[in-house]
Design a protein around this ligand. Structure first.
Ligand code: ARG
Ligand code: ZN
Length: 431
């Protein structure tokens, strides 16, 4: 619910990015506010860049006329500071959407600790890394003709395996390939659940309809960032990055700013403690090294499409993220993205927006730009990848953000399943 109180606090001097980042870290988020900054569209990109790259704040949602941002206690004066009004102009409005984010985190923790949930259906709630791994191993054991469990494509800093799963039938010879991944960003739990849901349906539907698995092979990375993901269960629910130890003693690189494509050219932070820290060099992170190597491995040379699942805001994003220039395949990419949007809406009526990633805000070093970029295109002999980021539920106007109620796991899975089956066929038919 919108609380609607407008802050009017004295400006006590600018906080530095490092100081703000330290305040944003968990493990608790008592009195962390979610604040809506209303800004005219013509300054939106600059305000976004200022909040993200200069201040190192945690931006939750960006829309055409506002940006929602988490403000830790002690950082309120940013909102009335001169540097912000210099960028945002006098039309800036400030509205508090939630004045204590710890409350929704506590409610979630309480639910997860209640034993009734453990016994229920797998998709009744979210799960730990080790349980997700076991679930996939069981899926493979019970469906040996369709599912191959790949125990490790690389290890993390904390020694966890990044596992993969390959799903296809034994019929059909050499096939086109599709890549799905989730949980690049640790706190975006619904991204993991949705990848699991899609994996489950791929296997379950084969008995009725053999088309997808006879035509394509699905290569799935269910937990891209195991260290960060485990940290959201044990250290701080709102953690986004991996758990690399940085040069200044802070932790974490934003994996979706670390891919070797236009790395470091804007839309990422150079400050290690920042939530969008790009890392010390392009592709420096073990997770990015492991995934990019596997993406280009000989057994995956027939990849034609890839989707990176994130939350939240309900968006279907296509390349590019690094530039406002349109991709060479813009017409086809748009057609496929708009098609996903329309089919999602047909399932439960949810409105997702289909647009280019840059038009949301600029990023460099993202997975989707790398998939679509020069390195991969060349490696595949000039074949290009249909490359998408899907931002799942909820919408930006909700105040639950990353803490999505588990009752939405199955409906989210259903709308994504219903749309990406169509998308897969479109991609296979228009390589
Ligand atoms: N929200 C995701 C991130 O910040 C996806 C960004 C998609 N790319 C973009 N240029 N907006 O990593
Ligand atoms: Zn994300």
């Amino acid at each position: 619910a919108l609380i609607g109180a407008v802050l009017a606090l004295p400006a006590t001097g600018p906080l530095t990015s490092g100081a703000i980042s330290a305040l944003l870290d968990g493990p608790r988020y008592d009195n962390h506010k979610l604040v809506r900054l209303g800004v005219p569209n013509n300054v939106l990109a600059n305000v976004h860049r200022f909040l993200d790259e200069e201040l190192g704040l945690d931006i939750w949602d960006t829309q055409s006329d506002h940006i929602d941002v988490r403000i830790p206690p002690g950082a309120d004066d940013i909102l009335t500071s001169k540097p912000l009004s210099d960028v945002a102009g006098s039309a800036l409005t400030v509205t508090v959407l939630d004045n204590n984010l710890q409350k929704i985190v506590d409610e979630e923790t309480q639910r997860l600790n209640s034993p009734s949930v453990q016994a229920a259906n797998w998709f009744a709630d979210y799960h730990r890394y080790a349980d997700i791994k076991t679930w996939y191993q069981t899926l493979a054991q019970q469906n040996p003709s369709l599912v191959t469990f790949v125990p490790s494509i690389g290890k993390t800093v904390e020694g966890r395996d990044i596992f993969a799963v390959r799903i296809t039938s034994k019929t059909g010879g050499s096939k086109q390939q599709i890549w799905f991944q989730g949980l690049q960003h640790a706190r975006e739990w619904i991204g993991g659940s949705t990848v699991q849901y899609v994996s489950d349906r791929l296997v379950a539907e084969y008995a009725q309809d053999k088309t997808l698995l006879d035509r394509a092979e699905f290569i799935i990375i269910p937990v891209v960032n195991p260290d960060g993901y485990e940290y959201t269960w044990t250290g701080g629910r709102l953690w986004r990055k991996n758990r690399s130890k940085n040069s200044d003693g802070s932790f974490g690189v934003d994996l979706n700013r670390n891919w070797p494509d236009h790395w470091g050219q804007g839309g990422s932070s150079a400050s290690p403690s920042s939530i969008t820290y790009r890392g010390p060099s392009a592709g420096s992170e073990l997770e990015v090294k492991a995934l990019s190597k596997y993406f280009l491995a000989p057994e995956n040379k027939n990849l034609v499409g890839a989707i990176d699942f994130h939350s939240f805001s309900q968006l279907v994003l296509r390349p590019y993220g690094f530039t406002s220039s349109r991709a060479p395949d813009e017409a086809l990419l748009k057609k496929a993205g708009d098609g996903v949007r329309d089919r999602i809406r047909a399932i439960h009526g949810k409105q997702y927006t289909s647009q280019t990633a840059y038009d949301l805000y600029q990023t460099t070093g993202s997975a989707t730009d790398w998939w679509y970029g020069e390195t991969v295109t060349k490696a595949l002999g000039n074949r290009r990848i249909y490359s998408y980021t899907i931002e799942l539920r909820p919408t930006g106007s909700s105040d639950q953000g990353f803490i999505l109620p588990p009752s939405e796991i199955i409906p989210t899975g259903e709308e994504i399943w219903g749309s990406i089956t169509w998308w897969t066929k479109f991609v296979l038919d228009n390589p």
